[in-house]
Ligand binder design. Structure first.
Ligand code: DLZ
Ligand code: SF4
Length: 506
C-alpha cells in the first residue's frame, strides 16, 4: 500500500521508525505550519533551527532518491491541512504513517486523521527513546512514588552502559554528590562549537524576521548546527573539550559564562539530529579510554538514559491531567523581565539574558534561578510552563512540562520531586559569583537592598504551610522558621509582601 509518511519538525532522524521500510512509491511530507510555529511564541532561534534543519533533512532525503513533499511556511495552517494538501497532490497514496509525536496536543489532532481522511493511519512507536511507553507504565504500575533513581538503575542494567557485569562501574550507581562543586571565579568556560549560516539558513532567517519579528531573540547571532553531521561534530567537541569538567561543575554558575561546560546538545537531540544511544556510547568510550572521569560520564549518561527517559514516560502516563495541576495554587502574573531580562537581580538577569541570546540556558539556571524565583513568588504555572516551552530551543512539551510543572514548581504535589526545589540567596551565592556583582545584598533578608530570594523563601514556606509542613524533608526549614521571633517573622513577611506587589521593579 503506497503511504504518506509524515515527519514532524522534531523527528529529523534518518532512523525514525516511520522512515523504515520505505517503498519507491511512498511520499514523505514535511511542512512548516503556522499552528506549530505559533502555539506559543517560540524564540526566533528555535524556529530558525527547526525550519532550516527540516529543509536540510528534506534535501538529503531527495538526494537519496526519495519522493518528498515539502511545504514551506505560508502555505498551510496546520498539520491536518498539510496532510490534506499532500494527499490531494498524490491521490495514489492509500495510507498515512507517522511516528508518535512529542506533544499530547498534536497527537490528539493526529488521532483524528483516519476519520478525517477515511484512510488507515498508522502511529508507530518512537524508538529513538530507549524505554518504550508500555515498558514505562509497567515499571510505574502499582508504585506509590515514581523516583527517577530506581528507573535509572533499570535503564543502566538494560543498556549495559557503565556496567561491569551486573554491577555499576566504580561501585556506585550515582555520583550526583560529585556533581555539585562551585567554580573558581577565574575559571574560563569552554564554549560549544558554533556554525555559520549557509544559504538555506540565511533564507530561513529572512523568513523568521518577516513573520516573527516580535518573538524573543535576534536572527543575526543564530549559530546552531542544522544537520546531523554538524550536530555530531558539536557533540564530539563537547566530549573532548567540555565533558572532562562537566561532572564537577554541573551545578555551578559564573558571571557572563552561560555555557560553562554544558553541551547544549539537548537542542540537537530533542529534534532528532542526534541519537541518544550514539551519544551515550561516545561518552562511555571516553570514560573507558581514561579521557573523562567517572563522575562526568555517569552524570551525563544519567541525564540521558535516566532523567530524559523518565520525564517522557511520566508525561505520557499523566497527560492530559498533568498540564492543569497546580498544587500550590500559583497564579501570579509573570513579570515582564522574564521576556526582556532587565532586572537588578544579577542571577535572573544572567539566566534570562542567556535565554534571550541563545534560546538556551543550562539546567541550574532553569531549575534554581528562573524556576526557583517563580516557585518562591508563586508565579502562574501556566504562564511559566508556556514561557519555558517558547523560549528554549530544546523545549517540546513532553520534556518541558514535567521539568517545569513537576520539578521546578512542585505543581504536581510531589510526583516527581520529594520536596520543592526552593532555595534562598545563600544557595545561589554558594554555587555562583553572581551575588558579588548584584545590586542586592545576599546576606540581608529585610531592608531595601535585601536579596529578594531571602524573604520570598520564608514567605513561600509560610504561605504553603498546609501543603508542605508535613514533608519530612522540609522539617528543618520549618523548624528554622518557627525559631524566629514573631517580630522577625512579621518583618520578613511584610518585606516579601512588598516585593510581591512590586515584582516589576526588581
Ligand atoms: C516547534 C515546531 C515549530 C516551531 N514548527 C514546526 C513546523 O512548522 N512543522 C513541524 O512539523 N513541526 C514544528 N515544530 C515541532 C512540533 O511542534 C513538534 O513536532 C510537536 O510539538 C511534537 O513534539
Ligand atoms: Fe540573585 Fe540575590 Fe545573589 Fe542578587 S543577591 S544575584 S538577587 S541571589
Amino acid at each position: 500500500m503506497p503511504k504518506l509518511i509524515v515527519v514532524l519538525g522534531d523527528q529529523l532522524s534518518p532512523a525514525l521508525s516511520s522512515l523504515q521500510h520505505l517503498q519507491p512509491e511512498d511520499v514523505i511530507l514535511l511542512a512548516e505550519v503556522a499552528e506549530e510555529a505559533c502555539y506559543v511564541k517560540h524564540h526566533k532561534h528555535k524556529i530558525i533551527l527547526l525550519f532550516s534543519a527540516m529543509r536540510h533533512f528534506a534535501a538529503v532525503l531527495k538526494q537519496q532518491g526519495m519522493s518528498v513533499y515539502y511545504l514551506q511556511y505560508g502555505n498551510v495552517n496546520n498539520m491536518t491541512s498539510a496532510v490534506s494538501a499532500a494527499l490531494q497532490q498524490h491521490p495514489s497514496l492509500e495510507q498515512v504513517v507517522i511516528t508518535q509525536c512529542g506533544e499530547y496536543r498534536l497527537q490528539q489532532e493526529i488521532d483524528q486523521w483516519s476519520q478525517h481522511f477515511s484512510l488507515p493511519v498508522q502511529v508507530l512507536d518512537d524508538d529513538r527513546f530507549i524505554c518504550t511507553l508500555s515498558r514505562f507504565s509497567q515499571w510505574a504500575s502499582g508504585k506509590k512514588q515514581l523516583r527517577m533513581e530506581y528507573f535509572y538503575r533499570e535503564m543502566r542494567r538494560y543498556t549495559g552502559l557503565l556496567m561491569q557485569n551486573d554491577q555499576p562501574e566504580g561501585g556506585k550507581w550515582n555520583y550526583d554528590a560529585d556533581n555539585r562543586k562551585a567554580c573558581p571565579s577565574d575559571m574560563q568556560q569552554i564554549a560549544p562549537l558554533t556554525f555559520s549560516a549557509d544559504d538555506i539558513t540565511e533564507q530561513v532567517k529572512m523568513l523568521v524576521l518577516k513573520h516573527f519579528p516580535d518573538n524573543m531573540g535576534e536572527v543575526d547571532n543564530f549559530c546552531y548546527a542544522v544537520t546531523g553531521k554538524d550536530a555530531r561534530l558539536a557533540f564530539m567537541h563537547f566530549v573532548e573539550q567540555q565533558l572532562p569538567r562537566f561532572g564537577d561543575y554541573q551545578d555551578a554558575m559564573l558571571l557572563d559564562q552561560p555555557f560553562l561546560f554544558h553541551s547544549i546538545c539537548s537542542v540537537y537531540l530533542n529534534c532528532g539530529l542526534l541519537d541518544v544511544r550514539w551519544m551515550c556510547n561516545k561518552v562511555a568510550a571516553a570514560y573507558h579510554s581514561g579521557a573523562v572521569p567517572l563522575n562526568a560520564a555517569e552524570g551525563f549518561i544519567r541525564q540521558l538514559i535516566g532523567w530524559r527517559e523518565y520525564v517522557r514516560g511520566l508525561y505520557w502516563l499523566l497527560m492530559p491531567g498533568y498540564a492543569t495541576e497546580n498544587y500550590l495554587q500559583a497564579t501570579r502574573e509573570l513579570p515582564a523581565f522574564y521576556w526582556h531580562g532587565k532586572t537588578r537581580m544579577r542571577c535572573m538577569q544572567q539566566a534570562i539574558s542567556s535565554t534571550i541570546e541563545h534560546a538556551y540556558s543550562h539546567h541550574i539556571h532553569r531549575l534554581m534561578i528562573t524556576g526557583n524565583f517563580a516557585l518562591l513568588a508563586g508565579l502562574s504555572v501556566k504562564q511559566l510552563t508556556d514561557w519555558y516551552l517558547a523560549v528554549y530551543a530544546d523545549a517540546y512539551e513532553w520534556v518541558e512540562l514535567p521539568n517545569t510543572l513537576g520539578m521546578a514548581l512542585f505543581a504536581d504535589g510531589g510526583v516527581m520531586a520529594s520536596k520543592p526545589y526552593a532555595a534562598s540567596g545563600a544557595y545561589i551565592n554558594r554555587m555562583s559569583n553572581y551575588c558579588q556583582h548584584c545590586h542586592y545584598k545576599v546576606k540581608d533578608t529585610t531592608g531595601d537592598a535585601a536579596c529578594p530570594f531571602n524573604a520570598l523563601y520564608w514567605h513561600f514556606l509560610h504561605r504553603n504551610e498546609q501543603q508542605l509542613a508535613a514533608n519530612p524533608r522540609l522539617a528543618l526549614a520549618y523548624a528554622n522558621w518557627r525559631r524566629r521571633s514573631e517580630a522577625d517573622q512579621n518583618a520578613i513577611l511584610a518585606k516579601a509582601e512588598h516585593t510581591l506587589i512590586h515584582l516589576e521593579q526588581l
